[in-house]
Design a protein around this ligand. Structure first.
Ligand SMILES: [Zn+2]
Length: 174
């Protein structure tokens, strides 16, 4: 159970309940400059991870990631919550979002940018999730190395914002 609203017409309801009843309520909060409220902070820090296809995301494509198996370089697809400033986006190690929770709708989209994603079984999490696949040897690369705590030196080759519309992800031109 998350935090509950402390003001307004949804007082006492959880953030998720309010989002499910009226998702535009949080856009209204933003428009009315209520982004400093803890309810808004809780919203942007939790809800996008539960409903990734309903939110915009920033994506960095980086080259030069070395496959742990064949050691050949591959491209990776790193995703960031567009509402939150991430200090580890350009830093070292890199930490990006949606670890172990990328929607499978991203698989065909990433392929357009020569990034191979596939749902595979992971011993680390004892579950299946959408992860990077080496295009050369087809070995999977766990999110514990690529998405969380990525300690490889890679080069940013493309930065974009994406949105899910009518069943497909697309680049959202500003
Ligand atoms: Zn490989």
């Amino acid at each position: 159970m998350g935090m509950t609203m402390t003001f307004g017409k949804y007082k006492g309801k959880t953030i998720e309940e309010v989002y499910c009843m009226n998702p535009s309520y949080f856009s209204w909060m933003k428009e009315n400059r209520m982004t400093n409220k803890p309810e808004y902070q809780e919203f942007i820090e939790t809800i996008p991870y539960q409903y990734p296809e309903r939110f915009e995301w920033d994506v960095d494509i980086r080259s030069g990631y070395q496959c742990w198996k064949c050691k050949i370089a591959m491209q990776i697809f790193l995703i960031y919550n567009s509402e939150i400033e991430n200090e580890l986006r350009n830093g070292y190690p890199i930490n990006s979002d949606l670890a172990y929770s990328k929607p499978s709708s991203l698989i065909p989209f990433a392929k357009k940018y020569s990034v191979l994603l596939e749902e595979r079984y992971s011993k680390v999490t004892d579950s299946k999730y959408v992860m990077h696949i080496c295009p050369h040897c087809k070995m999977h690369q766990g999110d514990n190395y690529v998405v969380e705590d990525n300690e490889q030196e890679t080069t940013l080759i493309k930065r974009m914002r994406i949105v899910f519309e009518q069943g497909v992800w697309k680049e959202n031109q500003p």
